[in-house]
Ligand binder design. Structure first.
Ligand code: UDP
Ligand code: MG
Length: 312
């Protein structure tokens, strides 16, 4: 029998040596103030800066800390997934380790959980210490996702959220490889509510989410929750076919009346390039979906753990 605990906190850590100590201290203070049993599941996502050793040291003196050490870097979403797999709490909070999500907000989330909400997500009202490019792309990202996906994923909401253990169980049973956790936790349904908070600046270190990883996350979000990009190809197909059907009599009439309006290589070249471009883009979109299908078909494990927490 695994031990039952009231609160779990899950945090992924990738090369955050300057932050680990302070993060654990802040979480410990906040969680102790609840007076309930709690655990902090720290997932080391293949760090190479000594964070791994530090996590193990901290866990040896603080029994509430349970370390999950990955065999290599698997990415933020997978690290959080592994954390969820190991939690034993009635209510589970996902939080970033860089203290951009203030641990004190967990108490507000718990408040709502006690009122009976099963998913309590934290909504960013302000973002400190992030460049305009990150803010702009993030804002655009949330709005595009909101429009084109089939589930209502709340705006300006990251992974910082509290999940009831029922929701965690459902999410743990969804073993898709390309994961967009905020979408998945919206998809499950249940009673959901947002709590506003001010996103702080990073305490130290740099973002581990460069533009390439953000783009990857956005692609996962879209492909996991929408067929819209696939449909765009058909819309384009109908539009250009329609245009061609109209163009045929128009050009015939022009020619009969002696006009030279549509003659020449330029028009041919432009339309060939345009259609060629549209076709290649459609192929690329198809490729994104097929690549993901292929990853699912391979059936590899989501992550590899080199050291799992001890069971009590
Ligand atoms: N992280 C991770 N694996 C990665 C990238 C990031 O575990 O491959 C962790 C990171 O240590 C941090 C959290 O995910 O605790 C959020 O990352 P970050 O702060 O760099 O993202 P941002 O807040 O800039 O979007
Ligand atoms: Mg951050």
């Amino acid at each position: 029998m695994t031990k039952k605990i009231t609160y779990s906190v899950v945090a992924p850590i990738y090369n955050e040596i300057e932050i680990v100590d302070e993060f654990c201290k802040r979480v410990t203070d906040v969680m102790n103030s609840t007076g309930e049993t709690w655990e902090l599941v720290l997932v080391d996502d293949g760090s190479s800066d000594g964070s791994t050793e530090r996590i193990l040291e901290l866990a040896s003196v603080n029994k509430n800390i349970r370390p999950v050490i990955f065999a290599r870097n698997f990415g933020h979403q997978i690290a959080v997934t592994a954390g969820l797999d190991y939690t034993r709490g009635e209510a589970v909070t996902i939080i970033d380790a860089d203290l951009q999500d203030p641990p004190e907000v967990i108490l507000d989330l718990i408040e709502k959980w006690k009122e009976g909400y099963e998913v309590v997500y934290a909504v960013r009202t302000e973002r400190e210490g992030e460049g305009w490019f990150k803010k702009f792309t993030a804002s655009l990202f949330y709005r595009i996702i909101y429009r084109i996906t089939d589930v209502d994923i709340p705006l300006d909401t990251g992974d910082f959220r509290l999940l009831d253990h029922k929701v965690v169980d459902v999410m743990n049973s969804m073993r898709e490889k390309h994961r967009f956790l905020r979408g998945m936790s919206a998809w499950v349904g249940y009673k959901q509510i947002g709590v506003e908070y001010k996103r702080a600046a990073r305490v130290a270190g740099e973002t581990k989410y460069p533009f390439k990883k953000m783009l990857q996350l956005a692609l996962n979000a879209v492909t996991s929750f929408s067929y819209f990009p696939l449909q765009v190809a058909s819309y384009f197909g109908f539009a250009s076919a329609g245009l061609a059907i109209i163009a045929i009599p128009v050009v015939a009439i022009l020619r009969m009346t002696g006009s030279h309006f549509f003659e020449g290589q330029t028009t041919t070249l432009i339309s060939v390039l345009f259609l060629g471009g549209v076709q290649l883009i459609s192929l690329g979109i198809l490729g994104e979906y097929i690549g993901r299908l292929y990853d699912e078909a391979k059936g590899r494990p989501l992550y590899i753990v080199s050291r799992a927490p001890e069971e009590e």
